[in-house]
Design a binder for this molecule. Structure first.
Ligand code: M6R
Length: 625
């Protein structure tokens, strides 16, 4: 979603801001802009559409300023156009503001400010902040105090960047339940809502905590609470990672990320699973990156606390929710604790039955998903133990939880999640075995067998990836479909949901995932010869029943596609097309069955000429509820 950047130092600000913004592109946006202070004058340049439009504008105007803020906007209030793009300025054109999040009381403030004679030029909630700061500034000509008074009047969660023509040597950054990092250089400083954006310049950052204001000059960073009290904080070192933001020869980031999955799994597994004969160790304090503040790395529950757990609640959205659905089945199967998994946004306004013997798990690639954070906070208030599973050790989620499992994926640039899904699944396998070992629900022999099988998965995925040409040829046969139905049972019902989500996101084809047994209870009405039905079919407890459900679809003349294991002759006879995977134990199959479905969606999207890495309307990090 929206991204904030800033720079002040000896370099020209515009190219730095642009480089920072490029790192945030993957988060999703529909317009971009910068505000710089040049020769004592504030100048704003902004453009709807891709960053290349802003780049062209900057190439034309060639600002040589050394200070500025920038923004990528994902529209919430007002359509994506030049006018609504950030930065927004006050009436005097001397104060500029960029903003992530939502100002919930903006209408009330807008009316009040209009009453005071301020004229508005956009439909955004952000513009009220520019006028409010300007209004407060008139009181005592103290910008920090004006900002402090202003932000205290804002309701909602937000991050802001503010520059003023009258103070060209500084940027103000404000964080209220959001995320903002100041990157520290030598006589230069950087600002970014995602620390990824400053990593190209420095790996030393100060993360703003909740309700804090940073006063940033080229030489110094001072932090203040909303009550005006100065706080001191040491910088942290950003994690180093073997992954780079580069397509490395692949046509799209998505394809590269799908192909990185064996590596990602090996990294995540090897971090916690030393040897099949040894119990899984989720504590791993020794792996905490140097200088990191994440004292909560790993799972730190005592044996007594683990044995005392009566329930687990998992909160997540989108793909992370699908991984969590698999997690529920694994934990219930291997540990015997009842697990509820909820779409995080559904927790609002509901009576959440968590208590001191509950483990609340929040799963989020970005660690910034507002709905997931809100659900976790609610569970925390009820006294639950908290565990975060995220790909971002520097995220808001990582700060919120007592226990933390970090997936080893490196940055996932493509908006559609693939490698992080696999890594989240891996974490649930590890967690289920870990809890099973600690609670004694798994014998050492069974635990060892599970660990050996888990370690075999990356090689199986390599074999599937080697078949990508066959998957491509099959996929494009179905690329013109208007509607596609995915079905699966048990552990592969979430796979069906994830397959449908990937196809929707990437190709804009309407797709739905169903529990295979549910087809006959309604969805079967949509089937005819124009609707492909994709069945996830793996030998095991639900094989025969899934096959019967597929037959019901076949009888309605649907085009039949299966993901099935090598040598499954029944599948070859029943389906028009079969995407094969190596034979796999049903329990571990969600990690392999999803891979052909990711590739299928990728190839269809590319064939249709869609924006594979940044599908329309989507954002990588969904920071509004
Ligand atoms: O960062 P999170 O994992 O919390 O994001 C949750 C969803 O927004 C995300 O999984 C979304 O569904 C992706 N676009 C899936 O490809």
């Amino acid at each position: 979603m929206c991204g904030i950047v800033g720079y002040l130092g000896p370099l020209k600000a515009a190219p730095v801001l642009l480089n920072e913004l490029k790192c945030l592109e993957y988060r999703g946006y529909d317009s971009a802009g910068v505000a710089v202070i040049e020769n004592g004058r504030l100048s704003v340049m902004k453009a709807a559409g891709k960053l290349s439009n802003l780049e062209a504008l900057l190439a034309d105007k060639k600002p040589s300023a050394n200070v500025g803020i920038g923004h990528t906007r994902w529209a919430t209030h007002g359509i994506p156009n030049d006018q609504n793009a950030h930065p927004h300025t006050d009436s005097t054109g001397t104060i500029a503001v960029v903003h992530n999040g939502i100002i919930e009381n903006y209408e009330e403030l807008r009316e009040e400010l209009k009453g005071l004679g301020y004229a508005f030029n956009s439909d955004t909630d952000t513009e009220v902040v520019a006028h409010l700061v300007s209004h407060e500034y008139k009181v005592d000509k103290d910008l920090l105090k004006a900002i402090t008074r202003s932000v205290k009047r804002l309701v909602g969660i937000f991050a802001l960047g503010v520059v003023s023509q009258e103070h060209p040597d500084r940027i103000y950054a404000i964080n209220h339940h959001y995320s903002l990092s100041v990157g520290l250089g030598n006589d230069e400083n950087f600002l970014a809502s995602d620390s990824m954006a400053v990593r190209q310049y420095t790996n030393r950052v100060i993360k703003l905590e909740q309700s804090e204001i940073a006063e940033i000059t080229a030489a110094k960073v001072r932090l203040f609470t909303f009550d005006g009290v100065e706080v001191k904080r040491s910088p942290i070192a950003l994690d180093t990672s073997p992954y780079v933001i580069d397509k490395c020869g692949y046509k799209h980031f998505l394809l590269k990320e799908i192909h990185e999955q064996p590596l990602v799994l090996r990294q995540t597994l090897s971090k916690y699973l030393r040897h099949p004969n040894h119990p899984i160790d989720l504590t791993i304090d020794h792996l905490t990156p140097a200088g990191s503040q994440s004292a909560n790395y790993g799972v730190h529950l005592t044996d007594e606390e683990i044995k005392g757990l009566t329930r687990i609640n998992i909160f997540a959205c989108g793909t992370a929710y699908h991984a969590s659905m698999v997690g529920k089945l694994l934990i219930e199967e291997l540990v015997g604790i009842p697990v509820d998994v909820d779409i995080a946004s559904e927790i609002r306004g509901r009576r959440l039955l968590c208590n001191e013997s509950t483990l609340a798990i929040a799963v989020s690639q970005s660690g910034e998903t507002a709905d997931t954070l809100a659900a976790l906070t609610e569970a925390k208030k009820k006294g639950a133990y908290t565990l975060g599973i995220t790909n971002r050790a520097d995220s808001h989620l990582a700060q919120l939880t007592q226990n933390l499992i970090v997936t080893e994926c490196g940055i996932e640039v493509s908006v559609a999640a693939t490698k992080t899904y696999l890594a989240q699944l891996a974490c649930f396998y590890l967690l289920a075995i870990y809890l099973g070992e600690r609670r004694g629900t798994l014998t050492p022999e069974r635990a060892k067998e599970l660990k050996i099988k888990l370690n075999l998965v990356p090689a199986m995925i390599e074999q599937i990836l080697a078949r990508d040409e066959v998957i491509r040829e099959t996929s494009v046969k179905y690329a013109e479909a208007q509607d596609v139905v995915f079905i699966g049972r048990g552990l592969n019902f979430p796979t069906a949901l994830e397959g449908a989500l990937k196809l929707k996101e990437l190709s804009y084809i309407h797709a739905s995932g169903y529990a295979a047994g549910e087809l006959k209870h309604g969805p079967i009405a949509v089937l005819d010869q124009n609707v492909p039905v994709i069945t996830v079919l793996v030998p095991g407890l639900v094989y025969e029943k899934t096959l019967s459900n597929a037959q019901e679809a076949r009888a309605r003349k649907a085009k039949m596609i299966a993901v099935a294991v090598d040598g499954d002759e029944q599948a070859q006879r029943t389906f028009d097309s079969v995407l094969t995977i190596p034979p796999v134990d049903e329990l571990f199959s969600p990690m392999t069955t999803v891979v052909p479905l990711q590739l299928l969606s990728y190839f269809i999207s590319d064939y249709l000429g869609k924006d594979v890495d940044q599908p329309r309307n989507l954002a990588k990090s969904v920071t509004v509820e």
